[in-house]
Design a protein around this ligand. Structure first.
Ligand SMILES: *Cc1c(COP(=O)(O)O)cnc(C)c1O
Length: 419
């Protein structure tokens, strides 16, 4: 498949420089982005691309969202970082609004998603020892096979992705892994020292694995029966991505702790949070946990603007309605190079027939047609366009995918013999 884009010296120089001086911990698509607006990104040569990744859902409300940029720029002119050594004027309104959006009492802000995860693990252990009465250092936390919760040592300690864990031991003990979607295995893994169940409502990195509707209610029931905390990592599934503020909502489940990140920063700054009730978050006393940047005035101003966007329900409705349309169109490609479509709202995991090549090859072909989508786990393309996208733009991207699949089929000799 030929790439018809004119790649300029500026593109080549940027790639060369990044490959020379940057650690090679990512394998980026061959595109050098210079600017973005709404659902579109523009490269250094002026080529436009429809963004079907949204920085892994960090940009749910579109690139350079005018409402969010305005708030950020205004706040930059006032004060951006204070540390929590003092109170700041934007912090209170942000955490009150976020707590209410979640229907909870308290917020603990951090910066990146993995910090919110780490924070929740600490909280769960503390709650286990101080409230549940688990003997010191004996707590265990139930986690799922195929999980993705971030990259710190403790969090990769319970990953089963060999790329993520190789050569990084020794690992943090205290986690028990069970298959995702298997309530019987979860029930069997519980013991008197279990303090929490950590679950992604939908497993994003694993390929947008969407569990049956009775799974999360089942997890909630097990957590209740055994007096353990249910921690929902909604860092990717939350904040409108699936058509509701939280995916848990759609299956009638209220977790004890929500973990939020990615879109909470509005695509402007990193903002994450643990949100729960005072019986858990209230256990922390000064000095017991913290972050220099967590809850800073800039992050709080942007975070509040994000909560305001979500309060109207408009983004969630877009995700629901356009998501149904997207899934309808993707389902139409089943048997035409697509073997399975998963997900809900403006979020899809699309499995590509391996006979047509890897998902990476298809993503590179889509890039050449002006669509940025990212592969995961060899044969899956994950799609997560900004929620501000239009139906016509969705058509452009799905048409591009259909063309790439047709071209791959036409250039695969074994398939030509069959047809
Ligand atoms: C991205 C992600 C994280 C980690 O967030 P970072 O900001 O990259 O640390 C954690 N959990 C889930 C479900 C995620 O998708």
């Amino acid at each position: 498949m030929t790439d018809h884009r004119a790649l300029s010296p500026a593109h080549l120089q940027a790639v060369e420089q990044i490959e020379a001086y940057g650690s090679h911990n990512y394998h980026p698509l061959p595109v050098v982005i210079e600017s973005g607006s709404g659902a579109w990104l523009t490269d250094v040569d002026g080529n436009s691309y429809l963004d079907f990744l949204s920085a892994y859902s960090a940009v749910n409300f579109g690139h350079s969202n005018p409402a969010l940029v305005k708030v950020a720029v205004e706040q930059l002119g006032k004060v951006s970082i204070t540390s929590r050594a003092v109170y700041s004027a934007t912090y209170g309104p942000f955490i009150e609004a976020l707590a209410k959006l979640c229907g909870k009492d308290m917020v603990l802000p951090m910066n990146t998603g993995v910090e919110a995860v780490e924070t929740s693990l600490k909280l769960a252990r503390k709650w286990g020892y101080e409230v549940k009465g688990v003997p010191e250092d004996m707590a265990n936390i139930i986690v799922m096979e195929g999980n993705f919760h971030g990259r710190t040592i403790s969090v990769i300690s319970f990953s089963d992705d060999e790329d993520a864990t190789g050569s990084y031991g020794p690992f943090t003990p205290g986690f028990v892994k069970v298959p995702y979607g298997d309530l019987a295995a979860m029930e069997a893994a519980m013991d008197e020292h279990t303090v929490a169940i950590l679950v992604e409502p939908i497993q994003g990195e694993a390929g947008v694995i969407t569990p049956p509707a009775d799974y999360l209610p089942g997890v909630r029931a097990i957590a209740d029966r055994h007096n353990v905390l249910m921690i929902a990592d909604e860092i990717q599934s939350g904040l409108g991505r699936t058509g509701t503020t939280f995916y848990c909502e759609q299956v009638g489940v209220i977790p004890d702790l929500y973990l939020l990140g990615k879109a909470l920063g509005g695509g402007v700054v990193p903002v994450s949070a643990v949100v729960g009730n005072a019986d858990i978050l209230g256990l922390l006393k000064p000095g017991q946990h913290g972050s220099t940047f967590g809850g800073n005035p800039l992050a709080a101003a942007v975070g509040l603007a994000v909560v305001r966007l979500l309060e109207t329900g408009e983004m969630q409705a877009r995700s629901r309605e356009l998501g149904a349309y997207l899934h309808g169109r993707l389902t139409g490609l089943l048997g035409h190079g697509v073997t399975e479509v998963r997900g809900i709202g403006l979020w899809a995991g699309v499995d590509i027939d391996p006979a047509l090549g890897s998902a990476r090859t298809i993503c590179e072909a889509m890039l050449a047609k002006g669509v940025i989508a990212k592969d995961t786990h060899g044969s899956t393309i994950r799609m997560a366009p900004p929620l501000v996208i239009t139906r016509e733009e969705l058509d452009l991207a799905v048409d591009a995918l259909a063309e790439c699949l047709a071209e791959a089929r036409a250039t695969t000799p074994e398939l030509q013999l069959l047809h």
